[in-house]
Ligand binder design. Sequence first.
Ligand code: MF3
Ligand code: CO
Ligand code: CO
Length: 255
Amino acid sequence: MAVTIKTSEQQEKMRVAGRLAADVLDMIGDYVKPGITTGELDRICHEYITTVQDAIPAPLNYRGFPKSICTSVNHVVCHGIPGDKKLKAGDAINIDITVIKDGFHGDTSRMYFAGKPSIQAKRLSEITFESMWLGIQELAPGKHLGDIGAAVQRNVEKNRFSVVREYCGHGIGEVFHEEPQVLHYGKRGTGLELREGMTLTVEPMVNAGKANVRLMPDGWTVITKDHSLSAQWEHTCLITNDGFEVLTLSADDRQ
Ligand code: MF3
Ligand code: CO
Ligand code: CO
């Protein structure tokens, strides 16, 4: 399927879905503590999405994914499956939430720490966050996908970390993952030209060591090949007439 341009009615539905996804991340933060299991985090989010929000957790049964959220701890790059492992003091965890409301998807993830993080984990998370925002700030009609990738890659590599190549951001709307693919590396001025009404995610995965990843036998969990730490942040964004609107801001950052 081709890249879709959202009408103003569809854009409003994307705003609603994006807000709900961000609300889940706002809600779950206080639960991330040593001793809680990722399965418990999944159950709390599932209940909140289905009962409080009357929305659908998009990951559940998506291409066979067994849970409602993704929880990626330490050297897990993405798509970690919640289970009965307890978080330990110092663990870094990405929680990735995608909800469907009124047929439209909102997709966002953040990093959290159980207890006090290592200096390296904190720095990796901060640089990844900054790199995501540098990518987002490229979004505007007439800009190219390569501008996003170049901005992210430049900042990551300047800090001697590495950008994961095998997974990327994506168009999003009535379909969870639609065209285009949003690479987090690349060359300015290359790739698809952005247009008003496109909605896409920027979600760099950044490794402290080498960029290489490995898929675990469960078919989902992606880890760093060298077992180095990995971090990720994600927002869903709309291209507006003169730039962008981030649809998945935390309630604290919305006015
Ligand atoms: N939320 C992820 C993304 O940012 C996709 C998760 S797919 C799942 O695109 F099946 F693992 F949930
Ligand atoms: Co995404
Ligand atoms: Co996501």
